[in-house]
Structure formats: structure tokens, C-alpha cells
Design a protein around this ligand. Structure first.
Ligand SMILES: Cc1cc2nc3c(=O)[nH]c(=O)nc-3n(C[C@H](O)[C@H](O)[C@H](O)COP(=O)(O)O)c2cc1C
Length: 186
């Protein structure tokens, strides 16, 4: 039995360092966890209570909720945009937060990591994402901390999967997060 970790990447660009980190985490997880990267985050409309009603929920938002319901844990891999998390991730959290108290992430262990260009690696974004996930009802795993600075320079010539330090750090992230999650029945 392995733990399923729904992974949301907060950058939509093709060459995203954070996407590469998520893919590296998936490879580094081995048999410990199945990292499921949700590929449709950019297709989810902005949250709107008018459409969050039976029969009107956008298909991509419904797919996100289903993926969360099937997961044992959630991992956000997040750059920093203007001192906080990118809108695409906040929007995903908003969709995942409802119905409040009984949502697909209610009580689910959740962690935030990522890389940004600044020397602090996006800690403001990561702190904000942890705060938002907690308000949304997830069980934030505060022990997981990984904010890698200099994203576009550090990984200009090297993919994170070839950076032994990063691979080891991601293994630690997955190990700590999965320890907090009940294994799936699969
Ligand atoms: C709109 C925008 C705002 C940004 N704001 C910040 C910021 O506040 N702090 C920071 O460290 N980097 C900032 N950056 C740089 C990104 O963190 C950096 O480009 C990062 O690699 C983007 O993630 P990605 O490689 O996964 O696309 C910003 C980039 C963009 C496009």
C-alpha cells in the first residue's frame, strides 16, 4: 500500500522549475508514495459561488475535487509571485475548501514547498499557502519546509533530478508528509 499525494504546481509555464521539482519528487518517492500531479489546474475557472452548485461545477474543478478525495495527502509546489502564492494555486485552494468543513481536503495532511528567484526561495508564498490551506480545513504539516532560492539560476543548467541535494530534500519531504497520512486502502 502506498500513499497517494495529490500534487499541485503553482506555475503554468512549460519550463517551470516548480513543475520539475514536482516531477523530481515523483521519481524520488519510489514505492513510498504515488505522486499524482494534477495537470488541469490552469483550466479551472475563478471560484464563484454562483457556479459552485449541483449541475454547474466546472468539469476541471470537479476533477480537482475528485483527485483530492482520492488522495491521502496534498503537496503544493509553489513559486512566489509578488510576495505571495500565484493566483492559480489560491484558486485551487478556494475550490478545494468547499463545501466548508466537509470538503475533499478537510483534515487531509498538506505541505507546501517550492522554489522562487529570490534568495529566500518563496518563503512568503509558502507561508501564505500554508495559512490558506489551514483555513481551508487541511491539516498543515508544518515540519515540511523547503524553499529553494535562485530558481532560474540554480536550475539554469541542471534539472533538479540531477541535483543530489534537492533529490535528498524531496525524499525527506515525501517521507515526512506520508508519515502524516493514513495509507490508502488500494
Ligand atoms: C509575476 C511574477 C512575480 C514574481 N514575483 C516574485 C517574488 O515576489 N519573489 C520571488 O522570489 N520571485 C518572484 N518571481 C520570480 C519567480 O519566483 C521565478 O521566476 C520562478 O522560477 C517561477 O517559478 P517557475 O520556474 O516554476 O515558473 C516572480 C515571477 C513572476 C512571473
Amino acid at each position: 500500500m502506498s500513499t497517494t499525494v495529490l500534487t499541485l504546481v503553482g506555475s503554468l509555464r512549460t519550463g517551470s522549475v516548480n513543475r520539475q521539482l514536482a516531477e523530481t519528487a515523483a521519481a524520488a518517492a519510489g514505492d513510498v508514495a504515488e505522486i499524482v500531479i494534477f495537470d488541469r489546474i490552469g483550466q479551472i475557472p475563478f471560484y464563484n459561488e454562483d457556479i459552485d452548485v449541483e449541475g454547474s461545477v466546472p468539469e476541471a474543478a470537479a476533477a480537482l475535487r475528485s483527485a483530492a478525495a482520492a488522495a491521502d495527502a496534498v503537496l503544493l509546489v509553489c513559486p512566489e509571485y509578488n510576495g505571495t502564492m500565484p493566483a492559480v494555486l489560491k484558486n485551487a485552494i478556494d475550490w478545494l475548501s468547499r463545501p466548508f468543513g466537509v470538503s475533499a481536503i478537510s483534515g487531509t495532511p498538506a505541505a507546501v514547498i517550492g522554489s522562487a528567484f529570490g534568495q529566500y526561495g518563496g518563503v512568503w508564498a509558502h507561508d501564505d499557502a500554508r495559512k490558506s490551506l489551514g483555513v481551508a480545513g487541511a491539516r498543515v504539516v508544518e515540519d515540511v519546509r523547503l524553499s529553494i532560492g535562485g530558481s532560474v539560476t540554480r536550475f539554469a543548467e541542471i534539472h533538479p533530478k540531477d541535483d543530489a541535494e534537492v533529490v535528498e530534500q524531496l525524499r525527506g519531504v515525501i517521507s515526512t508528509l506520508t508519515a502524516e497520512a493514513a495509507p490508502s486502502a488500494a
